[in-house]
Design a protein around this ligand. Structure first.
Ligand SMILES: Cc1ncc(COP(=O)(O)O)c(C=O)c1O
Length: 481
């Protein structure tokens, strides 16, 4: 077993060791990683780091103990509410990320429905394109999620399908601005009107787009009303650690008023310890992300964000033009922000993704789902702009290399085998993974075949495999390497 080092390590050795650990990480600093990271410019990063480390140890557990944190959180929430068309009644909280914000909205809706509507078992209606965070919320909070298909061409939620899925237990309708997978904005006004007519709640998930969309509108893009100005919208989520370029651990969840937000808060005086009253998941909560978010919003200012949005828009237009000009590729839906999703009917997108990765560009493969074919996803940021020409060139080469290549026949056979294994799937996982060169956290250079295998499986089987895989992956090392 790995144990604590017997002797203290010096700072230099710690730094060297951790630097060595990084050797397998995605090299995001060169601007070629088109997922996961939203890097701020160097000058902003410097002040973020200062603020983060300066407030690292302060604890937001008790808002009266460190009023600076409460003040920063309220100011950040206020700026976000104004950004999203909120009036003076809008309230909210900083959370650790989009998932927590979305989950809080579901928990709030559940408790609101139980208390105010006397619904014993509240349900939520989700377009299948809603972020997995809502599925997770349904799972964690034991709320029934009624999933509805989206339009197969536009990938937008269908108000008719949502209406048909509503019943007397429905507490919340969820829409996205935009959805992560296809980057399109749901018909928010129509869905919010359905919620309003039924006297229930409507959450707009602006985790990825809430911050950027108002800037795109100011830059001349057509952006439909998606925020608190839309009648019937009762809560929103918006991540700061995406297009506000804050360090990770920063998102806001906002509510139309305090009457609704009160259902989010958890207070406990039944135990024997200190008084607990937590507005969000965390109890002990570092001041680092709060201070860094505050610092970032001020370091950019409105003018800085407008310029970053301009660069993002230019980069997105360049990438979209490049994809559309590449024979064999097809953009899915009509991306309304800076998230682009494309596929091919002539070759495997997973092989194209591998070919891009081999050329130094990390792109994100997305498996097929209800109404959506397997594809490649790009999150384009301001930092992508200098890399657009290189990206488009590499994409052309990747497509040429991928054309005519197919996944080995064994993939199809393994898919069939995995489908037939049902309950015995977990026992057969080891040999299956070994066949792909997967061992613990060691992954093959090319993931295309693994993705192709997963892609052919029913979603429950996929979930079983992924769970077993991650269950193995998080495993303490036997001894120090
Ligand atoms: C629309 C949307 N909602 C929620 C989330 C979840 O955010 P996080 O990964 O910060 O938990 C994301 C993440 O990309 C998203 O795009």
């Amino acid at each position: 077993m790995l144990t604590l080092p017997a002797k203290k390590l010096g700072a230099q050795e710690i730094q060297e060791r951790l630097a060595a650990y990084r050797s397998g990480d995605l090299p995001w600093r060169d601007g070629k990683v088109w997922a996961y990271v939203y890097p701020a410019p160097d000058d902003v990063t410097a002040i973020q780091k200062w603020a983060f480390t300066e407030f690292l140890t302060e604890n937001a557990l008790d808002p009266t103990a460190f009023p600076s944190l409460l003040r920063m959180e309220n100011e950040v929430v206020g700026m976000c509410a104004a950004h999203l068309g909120g009036d003076e009644h809008v309230v909210g909280n900083l959370t650790t990320g989009g998932t927590e914000s979305c989950m809080m909205a579901v928990k709030t809706a559940r408790d609101w429905a139980r208390k105010e509507k006397k619904i014993a078992e509240p349900e939520i209606v989700l377009p299948v394109t809603a972020h997995a965070a809502f599925f997770k919320a349904a799972h964690y909070f034991d709320v029934k999620a009624v999933i509805v298909d989206v339009d197969p061409v536009t990938f937008r939620a269908s108000p008719e399908a949502i209406r048909a899925a509503m019943n007397e237990n429905t507490a919340l309708l969820v829409v996205s601005a935009p959805s992560y997978a296809h980057g399109v904005i749901d018909p928010i006004a129509e869905v919010a009107a359905l919620a309003q007519a039924a006297g229930i709640l409507c959450h707009v998930d602006g985790c990825i787009g809430g911050f950027l969309l108002p800037y795109f509108r100011r830059l001349g893009r057509t952006v439909p009303a998606f925020d608190f100005t839309v009648p019937g919208v009762t809560s929103m989520s918006m991540d700061l650690h995406k297009y506000a370029y804050c360090p990770k651990g920063a998102s806001v969840v906002l509510y139309k008023n305090k009457e609704l937000r009160k259902h989010q808060i958890f207070a406990c005086s039944s135990w024997t310890g200190y008084t607990i009253v937590n507005p969000t998941f965390q109890s002990t909560k570092s001041g680092g992300p709060i201070a860094a978010a505050w610092a970032t919003l001020h370091a950019f200012g409105d003018e800085g964000y407008l310029e970053a949005a301009r660069q993002t828009l230019e980069a997105t237009d360049g990438v979209l033009a490049g994809i559309r000009a590449t024979p064999g590729l097809r953009v899915m839906g009509d991306p309304e922000m800076s998230l682009v999703c494309f596929t091919s009917d002539e070759m495997s997108p997973f092989i194209v993704a591998d070919e891009m990765i081999a050329r130094g560009y990390y792109v994100q493969p997305q498996l097929a789902g209800s109404s959506s074919k397997e594809n490649i996803h790009l999150s384009i940021t301001a930092g992508s702009l200098p890399h657009v020409a290189g990206f488009v060139k590499a994409l052309g080469e990747a497509v040429t290399a991928a054309r005519g290549k197919v996944h080995p026949e064994i993939i199809g056979q393994m898919t069939e085998m995995a489908k037939g294994l049902n309950g015995n799937l977990e026992a057969s996982m080891g040999p299956m993974m070994a066949a792909f060169g997967i061992e613990g956290s060691h992954m093959p250079d090319r993931m295309g075949d693994v993705n192709a295998l997963l892609n052919g499986l029913p979603s429950k089987t996929k979930e079983t495999i992924l769970t077993a895989f991650v269950n193995d992956m998080f495993q303490p090392p036997k001894r120090e390497a």
